[in-house]
Design a protein around this ligand. Sequence first.
Ligand code: ATP
Ligand code: MG
Length: 160
Amino acid sequence: MMEKLLEVKHVKKYFEIGKKQFLKAVDDLTFDIYKGETFGLVGESGCGKSTAGRLMMGIYTPTEGQILYGGKDIHVLNERERFLMKRNVQMIFQDPYASLNPRSTVREILAEPLEVHGIFKNKREELERIYELLEEVGLNREHAGRYPHEFSGGQRQRIG
Ligand SMILES: Nc1ncnc2c1ncn2[C@@H]1O[C@H](COP(=O)(O)OP(=O)(O)OP(=O)(O)O)[C@@H](O)[C@H]1O
Ligand SMILES: [Mg+2]
């Protein structure tokens, strides 16, 4: 049987926008995500996708409903459990040029989460893993020393 990773159960997020006035950003959202599954959430602008994402990351607390990760309600995790969950649940932002630190090299950017989570005991192992990750996505170790703008896709085209 497929393993359920994330369960979103009747989740609501209402923002108070005035005296007793609420904006229903997410209103009764329910779905499951299974291990190995790619799950897409599509909808018009303002329908609540980003709010749903922030709820699933634990950044927002639901007004109502529950979000379970590995069977555990993510809003009742203690600090340690929340920290461990973040090894597995992370945001990837749409625009790398806006979300990556332009003053950090690719190696520094990739090293930071590995160091925060204490994944490797020494720098050599960490660097090997960084090279391996670059190769996994079709880059190579020479790219580790580059800054985010030093890629051929780096000349962003402005639309409009
Ligand atoms: N912190 C907030 N306080 C008040 N209202 C909010 C807040 N965050 C989002 N909203 C409102 O909640 C609704 C859903 O917003 P959300 O950003 O989740 O939509 P979205 O589906 O991600 O849109 P887009 O496709 O444009 O990114 C919108 O009406 C938005 O204005
Ligand atoms: Mg959005």
